[in-house]
Design a protein around this ligand. Structure first.
Ligand SMILES: O=C([O-])CC(=O)C(=O)O
Ligand SMILES: [Mg+2]
Length: 247
């Protein structure tokens, strides 16, 4: 694994070890659109978790390491209400294991016919210091999520409890979420547009180059807003780049 330290010009550079806080800080400042372009430039075209929407539109900014939970289809004889008497049920254990700053990412195989989590468990995640939650299934208690100060992204809402469709099996294994591969420790980045998964080993360089892309695009945006045509401006030719460097 690689990790990152603050570069001498305020950027981020790779070293060995954990992901540095400056990488998370940089990713918090850039859009998911920019992050997908940086991943695309590195050959990764399937990083955006299509179809997931924020449950609280005023609480969408989320960056953190993925903590994964895998569900398989439920079975009537196994998935009954009494399983929750076991506090170590994998769904409950997942909630009580997510660390501060981590994002709980749940694989529900895109099945929104039952919830994957509800308001009480989400409140517990918030109190544990989680950065947020992501599911390619549904949530229940969705009106409660509208005001919850926890970024939460789901493919739908459904009043039915998880046991009807989902059998939680594994924590911290590679999963598919909205058909995107998510490995434990990958960096999840979200904004009002949705959720992107950044492979852990790319987090630092994507953060660095995304910041630079956004600076340049802000400059281009201003030029276009002032009436500049696309030709020569977007993408920028040498003259526009010179103007940007001198700005
Ligand atoms: O049964 C569930 O999915 C859990 C639930 O409602 C909650 O956390 O409030
Ligand atoms: Mg509930």
């Amino acid at each position: 694994m690689t990790a990152q330290v603050e570069g001498d010009k305020g950027g981020v550079e790779q070293t060995d070890g954990a992901i540095g806080p400056e990488v998370f800080a940089a990713l918090r400042r850039v859009s998911t659109a920019t992050v997908t372009t940086q991943l695309f430039a590195r050959g990764l075209r399937n990083a955006y978790l299509a179809g997931l929407r924020p449950l609280n539109p005023s609480c969408t900014r989320m960056v953190g390491e993925a903590f994964t939970l895998r569900n398989i289809p439920a079975r009537e004889d196994l998935d009954v209400l009494s399983v929750f008497r076991d506090y170590d049920h994998p769904q409950r254990r997942a909630v009580e294991s997510v660390g501060p700053g981590q994002v709980l990412v749940m694989d529900c195989r895109g099945d929104t016919r039952a919830a994957s989590i509800g308001g009480i468990l989400a409140t517990r995640l918030l109190r544990r210091g989680a950065a947020g939650l992501v599911t390619d299934g549904a949530v229940r208690d969705s009106p409660f999520f509208t005001d919850l100060e926890l970024p939460a992204f789901a493919a739908g809402v459904c009043a039915t409890t998880n046991l009807a469709r989902h059998h939680a099996v594994d924590l911290q294994v590679p999963i598919g979420c909205a058909e995107v591969p998510v490995y434990p420790g990958d960096v999840i980045v979200a904004d009002a547009e949705g959720v992107v998964c950044v492979p852990r080993h790319l987090a630092a360089e994507v953060a660095r180059d995304a910041l630079e892309q956004e600076r340049l695009e802000e400059y281009i945006q201003r030029l276009v807003d002032d009436g500049a045509p696309l030709r020569g401006t977007y993408p920028p030719d040498e003259e526009t780049l010179r103007g940007y460097r001198e700005s």
